[in-house]
Design a protein around this ligand. Structure first.
Ligand code: AMP
Ligand code: MG
Length: 406
């Protein structure tokens, strides 16, 4: 039996990012960028007026008032034709390019337009006009060739805006890993069916699909497989088409626990079986070599809580690595035990618990939990309290690490 941290290392050593692919930028939020993205333009691409008003030469306004000849009107989308020289001004709107010669924009409120026939003049009264005012100079926010997004970044919606601004319609990203999910067990029936004698509904399959989807994968539900070698072999072959195959059940020591044998017969190389952990000890992991990339195969114990704990500890970090994320630390917080806790103590235990704040302190309360099949209690938990092995009793107020649940 190996420790949780060693098991995770063995998994991550084999979880290389999937080959990157081009995707339309609108489909990239949540994915990791696999290239540096550089700008193909200056932004703004020209000196840009920030207010509606008149483009002037600041020096013309030294006296505080001036009457200037109006050359033309420029709105956003136009290009100015006239050069502003001393004694002249161009009427300009927000977002429009500055005409050559002008070095300031005076806001419309400080001006009065005087029209007489073809020629118009503007009377301006403003004794504080400074060169550069109300102008956003070209390339203020970025310069052509600047790298705007670096490889390795987890893309957000704002990055879709940036990529669009710099002329990118597609970007190279690590695709979401595909995750085949297969629930095994003769006792299982689909959730739409009323279980007969000796039967239970398949809760793991749909739960693991949902976990895989939320953890950045794309689930492929293979349904239920009977505890029968031929049937399991056929379904495993299907599962090995995907980046990851997650099975539940059939990895313990029972007579019908066929999963490790079926996987090995299918060419999956075992990496480890059994982890020092509770719940989740029977966990199996292997890799199916073949055409790159290799499929990672997780045999999770059938108990729903064991399945979920093993997913959080092992499958979630693997999916992140396959999707191109740098390995990070598990999301844990330190909390004080809200009440005494007892356990068997032979293995580290991940216990469903509720984290809460109480007068500035984070407390963790282990839930009254009816064993590995008790999903309703697990649904109330927002964390897994991690009780180390080797101790039977933990006192109220003791510091405990808690793994956060999604
Ligand atoms: P196993 O790991 O196959 O020995 O199963 C351990 C326990 O989990 C048994 O009580 C199974 O009935 C239960 N179990 C197995 N698979 C599922 C599943 N997909 N949904 C709910 N419970 C399951
Ligand atoms: Mg079983």
């Amino acid at each position: 039996m190996i420790d949780v941290s060693d098991a995770l290392s063995l998994i991550l050593e084999r979880a290389d990012a999937r080959p990157p692919a081009m995707k339309p930028v609108g489909q990239t939020p949540g994915l990791v960028l696999a290239e540096d993205v550089a700008s193909d333009i200056d932004s703004p691409p020209y000196d840009k007026a920030l207010m509606d008003g008149y483009a002037v030469i600041a020096a013309d306004m030294r006296g505080g008032t001036a009457e200037l000849q109006v050359l033309e009107e420029v709105v956003a989308g136009d290009t100015p034709r006239e050069v502003v020289v001393s004694g002249t001004a161009t009427r300009i709107m927000t977002g429009a390019p500055m005409p050559d010669g002008a070095d300031a924009v005076v806001i419309i409120e400080r001006t009065e337009l005087i029209e007489s026939g073809d020629a118009s003049t503007v009377r301006i009264s403003d004794d504080a006009v400074e060169a550069g005012q109300n102008i956003l100079p070209q390339a203020t926010s970025l310069r052509k060739g600047d790298v705007v997004l670096r490889a390795g970044r987890r893309l957000a919606a704002v990055d879709v805006g940036i990529m669009s601004e710099v002329g990118r319609h597609e970007a190279l990203v690590y695709p979401q890993p595909t995750v085949a999910v297969l629930a095994t067990g003769n006792e299982l029936v689909p959730s739409e069916q009323m279980p007969g004698p000796g039967q239970i509904r398949n809760s793991n399959g749909p739960m693991l699909c949902a976990l895989a989807d939320k953890a950045g994968g794309t689930a492929v539900d293979l349904g239920i497989g009977r505890d029968d070698e031929a049937e399991l072999s056929r379904l495993v072959q299907q599962g090995l088409e995907e980046d990851v195959l997650v099975l539940s059940g059939g990895v313990s020591a029972g007579v019908l626990d066929l999963v490790p044998k079926v996987l090995q017969d299918a060419g999956v190389e075992p990496v480890f079986h059994k982890v020092r952990l509770k719940p989740g000890k029977p966990m199996w992991f292997g890799v199916a070599p073949g055409t790159a990339p290799n499929t990672l195969v997780f045999g999770l114990p059938g108990n729903p809580v064991s399945s979920l704990v093993c997913f959080e500890l092992f499958v979630r970090p693997a999916l992140a690595a396959l999707a191109g994320h740098q390995p990070g630390k598990q999301p844990t917080v330190e909390a004080r035990l809200a009440r005494p806790h007892r356990q068997r103590g032979d293995r580290p235990t991940y216990f469903p618990a509720v984290l809460r704040e109480d007068s500035g302190e984070t407390l963790v309360e282990p839930l009254d939990w009816h064993g590995s099949a008790d999903l309703p209690t697990l649904a109330r938990a927002n964390g897994l309290a991690m009780f180390p092995a080797g101790r039977l009793g933990f006192e109220q107020g003791e510091p405990i690490s808690v793994l956060l649940l999604d």
